[in-house]
Design a protein around this ligand. Structure first.
Ligand SMILES: NC(=O)c1ccc[n+]([C@@H]2O[C@H](COP(=O)([O-])OP(=O)(O)OC[C@H]3O[C@@H](n4cnc5c(N)ncnc54)[C@H](O)[C@@H]3O)[C@@H](O)[C@H]2O)c1
Length: 255
């Protein structure tokens, strides 16, 4: 049975991705550092099994990958989805906050990928890294988060360039705002309205819409796609000038 590793699989986009893999006949190693939440999530995924692991810790990553291989004997796809968001002004982002974001988003993505390479080589497997539109565009309060996600995009290109000769593909999904429980809990009505204004499709994405893109890039239907960044963002990235006030106007002479 094909095996996928999904990090940050206890909830949100990672859990939706694990469910979609399972529905397409994959076995899913669900990785998370939140043990209790992971224990609740695993029974929701028919072919899923859980391993507690903090992906920012090299020794834990090595043990986790060995544990997956003991159980399955193969890794066909790796989805580096675990991420932390800590938003704040540049001057208030002290080194500890900066490091905490980099440790998971960048170091963790590097470490898990590296540990999976020998197994991925055997299968001509695929890596899908999860970045963010915050890694494609500058934005407020995201000095650590946005920089970490831009680095994940470049890491993807490095992986594609170096690992292609082993038949390993690497791609990146850059989500726009997603309607996760967490986002809905912390986004005020004003923030939600502002996002709707900025997004051509006028709404947040769903966890399932992200999972569709991720599972596509991980599987055989994407067999000649590597090194790409796919923004799954309702058109957000495309709009440099998408002023809500100009919407619906038929013609104009300005700008
Ligand atoms: N939700 C959004 O709107 C959005 C937008 C753009 C990008 N993203 C990215 O998508 C990914 C998933 O986002 P989400 O909203 O589903 O997140 P989430 O916070 O709901 O879930 C993330 C999971 O990752 C786990 N995790 C965090 N650090 C970890 C570590 N060091 N080791 C192991 N597990 C760890 C958490 O315990 C959690 O279960 C993240 O990389 C995030 O940056 C999300």
């Amino acid at each position: 049975m094909k095996t996928a590793i999904v990090t940050g699989a206890a909830r949100g986009i990672g859990l939706a991705t694990a469910k979609l893999f399972a529905s397409e006949g994959w076995q899913v190693a669900m990785i998370d550092r939140d043990g209790p939440e992971l224990a609740r999530a695993v029974p929701e995924v028919a072919t899923g099994f859980g391993i507690d692991c903090d992906i920012s810790q090299p020794d834990q990553v090595a043990a986790m990958v060995a544990g997956v291989l003991d159980r399955t004997g193969r890794i066909d796809a790796l989805v580096n989805n675990a991420g932390v968001a800590d938003f704040g002004p540049i001057e208030e982002t002290d080194f500890a906050r900066w490091r905490a974001v980099m440790a998971t988003n960048l170091d963790g993505t590097f470490l898990v990928s590296q540990a999976c390479i020998p197994a991925l080589k055997e299968r001509g497997g695929a890596i899908v890294n999860i970045a963010s539109i915050s890694g494609l565009r500058g934005s407020t309060l995201r000095v650590a988060y946005g920089t970490s996600k831009a680095a994940v995009i470049q890491l993807t290109r490095q992986q594609a360039a170096e690992l292609g000769e082993y038949g390993i593909r690497a791609n990146c999904v850059a989500p726009g705002p997603v309607r996760t429980k967490l986002a809905m809990a912390v986004h005020s009505p004003e923030i939600i309205a502002a996002y709707h204004d900025a997004i051509p499709l006028n709404r947040y994405g769903t966890e399932e819409e992200l999972a569709n893109a991720i599972v596509f890039l991980a599987g055989d239907r994407a067999s000649y796609i590597s090194g790409q960044v796919l923004a799954v963002d309702g058109g957000f990235e495309t709009t440099g000038v998408g002023l809500p006030a100009l919407r619906g106007q038929k013609a104009g002479r300005d700008g």
